[in-house]
Design a protein around this ligand. Structure first.
Ligand SMILES: [Zn+2]
Length: 106
């Protein structure tokens, strides 16, 4: 188990699935670089902000920038934010796992 209470089998599965940020699609770095920008480093994300939902549908990986921007906002609200607008992130550009969550969260 890591800090998020994600079992190893799920962690492996999600790592294999989410090579790029599920929100903005940037290619993510596995580790914090010793210097330089850290915004592309991979972080664990609960798509729906409920830490009790530990499923392949709700656990994903996104970049530091998207994670920081989304914070505790509801996915359907955040997707309308200026951060997403500026980067061209819409309901149609996000990863399939996020599209599914949006259909439930709407
Ligand atoms: Zn991102």
């Amino acid at each position: 188990m890591n800090n998020w209470g994600i079992p190893p089998w799920l962690e492996d599965e999600v790592r294999k699935r989410d090579k790029t940020c599920v929100y903005c699609g940037v290619k993510m770095a596995e580790r914090m670089p010793p210097r330089g920008p850290r915004k592309n480093v991979a972080t664990w994300e609960h798509i729906i902000n409920d830490s009790s939902i530990v499923t392949r549908e709700n656990i994903a990986r996104c970049c530091v920038a998207c994670n920081a921007s989304k914070g505790t906002r509801k996915l359907s609200d955040w997707i309308e934010s200026s951060y997403c607008k500026k980067r061209g992130i819409t309901k149609n550009t996000v990863a399939e796992v996020v599209k599914k969550a949006l259909r439930i969260d709407a």
